[in-house]
Design a protein around this ligand. Structure first.
Ligand SMILES: [Zn+2]
Length: 233
């Protein structure tokens, strides 16, 4: 007598069947509360267990998503191997500038994951297209892409993500920008830089310290302050 599948297992089995019918298309098979659970499943898929036989006929990966760790897989058996998905993609994005006058509008080149941060699915990394526009008479070219999952990437979030991808700490970020003379002596510029790069918490700490010292805090004092707090957050 066949085992009666529980709801969770039945859904997993159905997703695997459907993925097998759409060879080469990445499908989300399951979401786990922990990395451990998702890695176990990725291992089973890679080893060709149960639904995923024979070994080598599936690719799978685990990625963070809104509600945990997602397992994505695609069936690649019975035909030529599709191009592998790279881990990262490098794209040009628009930096929106600062303040009401949008000063410093321009293009940033950033490296981000090829996985959507919302669902863990592949981004449209293989369909990146140039997007041209004019801003105050200046011609600007950035990159545009559409994610197959339907989640849209917002430029500000992409910039913040690229900083995390490179594991740049707030302290490193400020030091690099200061050395390159992208920011000046006053710590308020360091705080603005942190905000632009998605480090709102560190920026708030620096602004608080600027206030504590009656407005007299240099960029390098801000670095020392962040380091004292523990390795730059
Ligand atoms: Zn998505």
């Amino acid at each position: 007598m066949p085992n009666k599948l529980t709801g969770h297992r039945a859904a997993f089995h159905a997703a695997a069947q459907s993925a097998r019918e759409q060879r080469g298309t990445w499908r989300r098979l399951a979401v786990y509360p922990s990395v451990r659970g998702s890695r176990t499943t990725v291992g089973r898929i890679s080893n060709g267990k149960a639904d995923f036989a024979p070994q080598g006929s599936w690719e799978a990966y685990s990625a963070a998503c809104d509600d945990g760790q997602a397992v994505w897989a695609r069936y690649i058996g019975g035909g030529p191997r599709p191009a592998p998905m790279p881990d990262t993609m490098t794209v040009r994005v628009r930096y929106a500038g600062e303040g009401p006058k949008h000063e410093g509008v321009g293009v940033l080149t950033v490296t981000i994951s090829t996985r959507c941060p919302r669902c863990g699915g592949p981004r449209g990394w293989d369909k990146v297209r140039p997007y041209r526009f004019t801003h105050h008479g200046e011609r600007i070219t950035v990159d545009a892409w559409k994610n197959p999952c339907g989640h849209e990437d917002v430029y500000a979030a992409v910039v913040a993500e690229s900083r995390q991808e490179q594991r740049t700490t707030p302290v490193e970020l400020i030091q690099d920008a200061y050395a390159a003379r992208e920011i000046g002596v006053h710590a308020s510029q360091a705080a603005n830089l942190l905000v632009r790069n998605g480090y709102a918490d560190a920026a708030a700490l620096v602004r608080g310290e600027v206030k504590n010292r009656g407005g007299n805090l240099t960029t390098l004092q801000a670095v020392a302050f962040l380091q004292d707090l523990g390795g730059g957050c």
